[in-house]
Design a protein around this ligand. Structure first.
Ligand SMILES: *Cc1c(COP(=O)(O)O)cnc(C)c1O
Length: 246
C-alpha cells in the first residue's frame, strides 16, 4: 500500500514537470502540497520520506491528533480548511506556518490579536470562492480587494497570495474559469499596490485538475486523492458549513 504512495508521487511529480514544460513554466515555481485529511500518520510519513515537505490539514482536531507523531520528520504545515475563530489558539500551538483559508475580517482580526499576544507573525492566503457555490467557503471575488485592504493593516499578518477550491465538476472548462478568475484577481490586486501585501502565491488545483491549474498560473497545487487514494468521507464533510467542529 505504501509503495503505491511512492509510485503515485512519482507519477504526479512527472505530470507537474510535464505541465510546466508544456505551459512554459519553471518547475521550481510549482510546489506540491499534500492534502492529508483522513490520512493516517504512517501514510503521511511514507510520503514525507520521499522528500516532500509541504502538507495541509483541514481540521484543527486532525492536525492536533497527528502533530506529535510527525514531529520527528521535517515538514511544513499549512492549514487549508475552514477555520473557526475559537480554534485559532490551537492552530497557533501547532507550528502552522501559513493559513491558506482566511476569508473574513473577523477571523483575521482575532488571528492578528492572538499572534500579537505571542509576539508572533504569520503568513496567510486569502481564500476566494471562485466557483460562487453557496456551500463553499471563501470571500466572493467582488469583495476580495476590499477585504485585502482591511487585512493588510493588521501588523502580525503577511498576505502572501490567494487560494481557491475550483468548481467540483467534470466540465474542465468550468473548472478552468475558476482558476482564470483567481489569476485575474491576483493581477488586479497587484495593480492596487497595497502596502504589506504580496501576491506571489496562487494555491489552486487538486487531484483531478492540477494540470489546468498549472497552465493558469498555480504556484501551489494541493493534492490528496491522487497520492493517498480515495477518502471515506465525501468532501462536503470538510467544505460545508453544516459540518462545523464543535
Ligand atoms: C481535500 C482537499 C484538497 C485535495 O483534494 P483531492 O481531490 O483529494 O486532491 C485540496 N484542497 C482542499 C482545501 C481540500 O480540502
Amino acid at each position: 500500500m505504501s509503495d503505491t504512495i511512492v509510485k503515485n508521487l512519482q507519477f504526479i511529480e512527472n505530470k507537474i514537470k510535464n505541465s510546466c514544460l508544456q505551459y512554459h513554466r519553471d518547475p521550481c515555481d510549482v510546489k506540491l502540497l499534500l492534502a492529508t485529511k483522513t490520512v493516517s500518520v504512517e501514510r503521511i510519513k511514507k510520503a514525507l520520506q520521499t522528500g516532500h515537505t509541504l502538507i495541509g490539514e483541514n481540521k484543527v482536531q486532525e492536525l492536533r491528533e497527528k502533530h506529535g507523531a510527525l514531529q520527528d520528520i521535517p515538514h511544513i504545515n499549512h492549514f487549508i480548511g475552514h477555520l473557526q475563530s475559537n480554534k485559532i489558539k490551537h492552530v497557533l500551538q501547532l507550528d502552522v506556518s501559513c493559513i491558506q483559508s482566511v476569508d473574513r475580517l473577523e477571523l483575521a482580526e482575532k488571528l492578528n490579536q492572538k499572534l500579537g499576544q505571542k509576539n508572533k507573525k504569520m503568513d496567510i492566503f486569502i481564500q476566494v470562492n471562485t466557483s460562487l457555490e453557496p456551500s463553499k467557503f471563501g470571500i466572493s471575488p467582488a469583495e476580495t480587494i476590499k477585504l485585502i485592504q482591511q487585512i493588510a493593516t493588521l501588523e502580525n499578518l503577511h498576505i502572501k497570495g490567494l487560494m481557491t477550491i475550483g468548481l467540483f465538476s467534470s466540465d474542465r472548462g468550468k473548472v478552468r474559469k475558476c482558476y482564470q478568475l483567481l489569476k485575474q484577481l491576483q493581477q488586479d490586486i497587484i495593480k492596487e499596490q497595497i502596502p504589506n501585501v504580496n501576491m506571489d502565491e496562487l494555491s489552486m488545483g487538486m487531484s483531478a485538475d492540477y494540470d489546468i491549474a498549472i497552465e493558469e498560473g498555480a504556484t501551489i497545487v494541493r493534492i490528496g486523492t491522487a497520492v493517498f487514494g480515495e477518502r471515506i468521507y465525501p468532501d462536503s464533510y470538510y467544505w460545508n458549513e453544516q459540518n462545523e467542529e464543535k
